[in-house]
Write a protein that binds this ligand. Structure first.
Ligand SMILES: CC(C)(COP(=O)(O)OP(=O)(O)OC[C@H]1O[C@@H](n2cnc3c(N)ncnc32)[C@H](O)[C@@H]1OP(=O)(O)O)[C@@H](O)C(=O)NCCC(=O)NCCS
Length: 177
């Protein structure tokens, strides 16, 4: 309830993504952010491939329908500013934070911190005591943000995502009570 009130206070809303229209709205933003942000870390071809494989409307629809994904759009007074995607893993008592992306003008303004409050509240409600995520090993700013929020690097992971592309990631996690 406390977190609910705080969110309402500054007009930031976490809107669950359910309909085809919402998926289209979110994946249009994903396409824009991934091409803008990853250009310094990944080749344009790899970004195209990853957006199609992970963040196209078809891919997201399947993730929600078959793979336990939940997506939320971050909206500020009705304006879409970012999104987050999660998977609850009750057997392991943890939450997988799969996606957290903010549109450029809205970075550095505390909205990721607000998202972590939202996710930790969700964890408390669901009896989950940790959040884990993967992050590209060269995504320096984001790694610093995660460390500031209490995440620690657990190990590295090189995942073959097909088409000759590897994802060179850290796995990070945060435990809380
Ligand atoms: C990663 C991302 C979501 C973080 O959002 P953000 O708006 O930059 O983060 P916030 O402004 O909410 O800051 C979060 C916290 O990190 C801290 N922080 C920000 N930059 C920091 C830095 N360079 N070093 C240390 N701490 C930093 C802030 O002080 C804040 O901490 P606090 O609330 O405890 O005081 C955002 O930068 C983004 O969308 N990046 C591009 C996409 C991306 O990399 N997504 C993640 C893929 S794994």
């Amino acid at each position: 309830m406390e977190a609910e009130r705080e969110r309402a206070a500054d007009g930031l809303v976490f809107e669950p993504v359910r309909t085809g229209e919402q998926i289209k709205e979110m994946t249009d933003l994903a396409d824009e952010i991934w091409h803008e942000y990853f250009v310094t870390i990944l080749s344009p071809d790899q970004i195209d491939y990853m957006v199609e494989k992970f963040q196209s409307a078809g891919a997201v629809k399947k993730q929600i329908a078959d793979q336990g994904y939940q997506y939320y759009m971050l909206k500020l007074s009705g304006r879409l500013i970012g999104y987050t995607g999660i998977v609850e893993q009750p057997q392991e008592k943890r939450l997988f934070l799969s996606k957290l992306y903010l549109e450029k003008p809205f970075r550095g303004r505390g909205y990721a911190s607000r998202t972590f409050e939202f996710l930790e509240e969700l964890c408390r409600q669901k009896g989950l005591s940790a959040i884990w995520l993967t992050v590209n090993r060269f995504n320096d700013h984001t790694i610093r943000v995660y460390e500031k929020k209490g995440f620690v690097k657990v190990r590295t992971q090189a995942a073959d995502i097909g088409n000759g592309y590897l994802m060179d990631d850290y796995i990070m996690e945060k435990h809380f009570s």
